[in-house]
Design a protein around this ligand. Structure first.
Ligand code: ZN
Length: 363
């Protein structure tokens, strides 16, 4: 049996080349060990960092007693390699001029390379930094390495602000909308449809629910300077029992995507007020996340990046930090629309620019 010599990472080399080295260590979710080993070894070689390993997650931090602490987080895993032969978003990586192709090029080995370069290059950062490299992001939430770290090392995940280096094309994307669902039901009285005047039609009664939803103008809410566009919609409807029976019950399922200025309770009260008079049951809810751009660390970050921050509409791990009371944003190299595609790629200069912005902020 031959043993494959374990490969190493040099966090001091050009960050675009480091990205290629990371891609070359295939790490589809569940197979993060090699890259986690290499990240751990690279971090342990840096005397200014304290390092812990948990499964295939690795964390490292400075402890300089700075006034603020920031978390820089990224996941080590990728989605599976492309199935279509000839795809370039695979392993190993390839170069086409200044464009790097390979699985994870955008999501998110460029971001991980930037984390490693900062870990090696900033022995005395202006803010204390906790670097979080985690496993199992691209699979069901219950497997998330970040969720596990929050359980096992809560004290390591205390900070004033967090940056997830997910691809955002170099802009800052902050916070996210919350979401909740309701069942609104109407009651009637069943009767033979040949003698409909004996009954009461619950489906017709639901028309008023639909009319209120149709006439409702969803708000755009500014939270710390970012505009979150809300939506309130009927997403399902059912009722009735047979083709000759006046229906005695109808249900409209409603989904409300609400801005992160509202708590779950406030968002629920808003919908109940709009649909007053109807029987409403909330079936699920997940809070949004405020962008936290009013915090000093965040404000100086946005200033250094020098671009207008944007709201995030989908739910991301940013909300995990928000649940811990840590405002968080996404900021990383590469186009999120290329993530998970067969020809995933990133420009070398995009990775270098991300590193430069974070280095400026943290120096
Ligand atoms: Zn990702």
């Amino acid at each position: 049996m031959t043993e494959t010599p374990s490969r190493t990472l040099d966090p001091t080399r050009d960050v675009a080349l480091l990205t290629a080295d990371l891609i070359d260590m295939e790490s589809v979710s569940g197979n993060e060990k090699e890259v986690a080993d290499a990240v751990e070894a690279a971090l342990r070689a840096l005397p200014h960092l304290e390092v812990v390993r948990d499964g295939d997650s690795v964390m490292a931090r400075t402890s300089l007693g700075r006034a603020e602490r920031v978390i820089l987080a990224g996941h080590l895993d990728t989605v599976p390699l492309p199935a279509v032969p000839g795809s370039r978003g695979t392993v190993p990586s390839t170069w086409d001029g200044n464009v790097l192709y390979g699985r994870g090029a955008t999501d998110m080995k460029g971001g991980v390379a930037v984390q490693l370069a900062l870990a090696a290059g900033l022995a005395e950062p202006s803010r204390d930094i906790t670097f979080v490299f985690y496993d199992h992001e691209e699979v069901e939430a219950s497997l998330s390495g970040l969720g596990r770290l929050q359980e096992s090392y809560p004290q390591w995940l205390e900070a004033d602000f967090a940056v997830l280096l997910e691809p955002t094309n170099g802009t800052v994307e902050g916070g996210c909308n919350g979401t909740m669902r309701f069942h609104a039901t109407t009651a009637g009285r069943a009767a033979h449809s040949a003698r409909a005047w004996m009954g009461e039609n619950a489906i017709h009664a639901a028309a008023e629910i639909l009319a209120r939803l149709r006439d409702h103008v969803p708000a755009t809410v500014s939270v710390e300077g970012l505009d979150y566009r809300e939506s309130l919609n009927a997403v399902k409807i059912w009722g009735g029992t047979a083709g000759n029976v006046i229906p005695d019950a109808a249900t409209v399922e409603i989904n409300y995507r609400f801005a992160p200025d509202k708590s779950i309770e406030e968002a629920e009260a808003y919908v109940r007020n709009l649909l007053a008079g109807f029987d409403l049951v909330r079936t699920d809810a997940a809070a949004g996340a405020r962008p936290g751009l009013d915090r000093p660390a965040a404000a100086s970050f946005v200033e250094v990046v020098g671009q207008e921050p944007k709201p995030k509409y989908g739910w991301t791990d940013v909300a995990r930090f928000s649940a811990l009371g840590i405002p968080a944003v996404n900021f990383g190299p590469g186009d999120a629309l290329l993530a998970h595609t067969d020809n995933e790629h990133v420009e070398a200069d995009a990775v270098r620019a991300c590193l430069a912005a974070l280095r400026t902020w943290l120096s």
